[in-house]
Design a protein. Sequence first.
Lengths: 471, 300
Amino acid sequence: MKKALVLISLVALVCSVAFAQAAAEAQQKGPVTLTWWDQYSNQAGTHQAIFDAFEAETGNKVEMQNYSSSAAKDAFDLAIRSNQSPDIMSNPWKTNGIAAKYYEGALGALTVKASDLPEYIQKELYEGYTMFDGEVYSFPTKASNHSVLFWYDTDKLSADQVPGTLAELRELFKSLTDPANNQYGIALPMSDTGRMNDNICYLISAAGGNRELNPLTGYYEYDNDISKAVMQWFIDIYQDGSVHPASLTLATRTVRERFIAGEAAFAIDGVWYPGSIKKAFGADVLYRLGVHSTPVLTAGTQAKVGAHPVSGTFYLSSTCKDPEVATDLLLKLLDDSYAIRIANDMDQPPLNTSAIAKADVVPVYVEACEIMEDEIVYMPEALLRNANIAEVYAEKVDIKPNLGDILVGYLTGAITDWEAAVSDYNAKMNAELDRAIDAVKKSGVKVDHSDFVFPNFVPGESYTRDMYEAL
Amino acid sequence: MKQKRARTPYFWIYLFLLPTLVGYSMYTLWPIIRTVQFSLTSMRGFGSKVRFVGLSNYVQLFQDELFINSLLVTLKFMLLVVPARFLISLLFALALNWKKCQSKTLLRTFFFLPVLTTSAIIGVVFILILDPTFGPISVILSKLGYVDLARIPLLGNRSTVLATAGAIWVWKWMGNSLIYWLASLQSIPDELYEAAKIDGANSLQSFRYVAAPLLVPFAFIILVLSISDAIRVFNLMLTLTNGGPYFATETVELFIYRHAFQATTQRMGYASAAASVFAMFFSVIIILQSVVKRFVKKEV
């Protein structure tokens, strides 16, 4: 009896101490200041308004830092490596690169269950993108998009003058070029060969080829006729003299300057172009923006541009000082008002595209979003079939020179046979994929090249969730 | 009577050396040791799985055409800019040291100003200055009727980009060498020149037989510093050319940066191997230089 009394007393003592400690901790846990880094400078105002409201409601502050898209990846990687990650960060890595960050231990889970999120968000959650080991790490707030819309200067030409094929566009560029008066058909961001590589791959996809792997074979096919025709088009327009001569030193932002300066009639950029132009040059010049769908190789065909299913927009770092507060903040981004604000900023369109109609935007942005919605098709993604593929992506290294490098190399005389260089690049890409798969297999992880093969894929059509299940 | 020798105060010597030793160990020695250690692994990023791979990164490195290219670019750049900076700064120093030279302080400040300016900013500004459509040089050439010449993108052309970057680099760093040259020239006593003059030496002979031998130790220091600066050209190249066009200006530093930080899948192990090879490359140059210095000293 005595023993039982002593035991009960001890348990009660331990419980009361634990309770008192928890209560003291809860009392001590005052407001926190979260750090937030992103590459969405167009939306800085929108985010700041949310942070201000969050602070008024909870007392927790948010310190925001914006980076340009090109600088964000470097900045975030450096921060992760030096254990100085912000509490919340956007995803400047390629869609499948986020898995590598998870395996590096850089990300932290949200304190919310998938089932607690709205249904339209649940539909877009994929293991390997936004979920890892069944836990929610992020959710998308923006719709899928591509970066090869053709923007033209309405001061120089009207919508009915813009043709739909690459060959016709080449002729139009020639007619618009007048070097004596600093007038050129198009300005390209050729100093950023990574971006040029993306542009080439997107155009290959629009022309009926594959932006990345061919899902039917699981291998890259950049040395086929479609890819070579797109490469040849870039070479032709450059050799015609239609490309702005500063292009070799221009990046995406500086191309915009040449466009607004009236030196280039066309620029290739994403749906966020009006937002970027407005932020850099003011709303007064927006009337000059016209947009055209992605040009194709063959007249009469509709561009279908392959994209990945959408990834998460913001992630918590593994060193986030208060995941609960950070999750509460991120959940504010699910409000309809946020979707409307995203649309107002004319950046990447919101996942909830119905918000665009309610937003205060210029008509050309609405037109660009509609084009994007028509053109985007979801490609199958091996990662969504087998989450272990994340380890293959983490193992696989970049191959240089890529298509963007080869283009610049040929145009500057460093490469004499670009077709051979493309074939070599293609072979190296496939060899690297095989090597990465073998390396991961050897470490005991279940992956196989067949994970990249999707026999039920139909070119030009979206690969849906049920098609993964049908495999 | 034997004088009592004062004891060397080792305790105090080491105590005062301690902060430097600790700092040097933390920020120089330790990173070097870690870099060599990383270079023997498959390390992708900090926190990623790490596997010992022996010398495999080094083997791959010497099979990588772009690494060999970056070594050659670094070497070419060094051979281009170091002699230019060395000689031009010496000429300007001689001119500024000339007794009849007017406004010496103003000119010294003028030449030294670029040294104080950040390389990254210089890179950005020169992109605008050398722009083939709205840059001032292009505008002047266009107005003179040389439109084709004006449209040549000096930074986008493989045959001009390294020389252009080199010229900018020499302009930026010349002031630094100039100050060293001036200090060394001013350390030579006037009496030596006067004696040479009495012996019938002209200005050129005075320089050859009086100044030059005394300048050799300074010249060595100026050369070492110039080579060190020429190898560490990361900021300027990143902002001016980003290594392009087509790797024509990708120095070893940019190569390391690309693999360590810019790649989709970072390769810290590979980049560390490149950094280790680069350090050896730099050490070989410095050793060669000291051999040359001894030879020159004997000859003089």
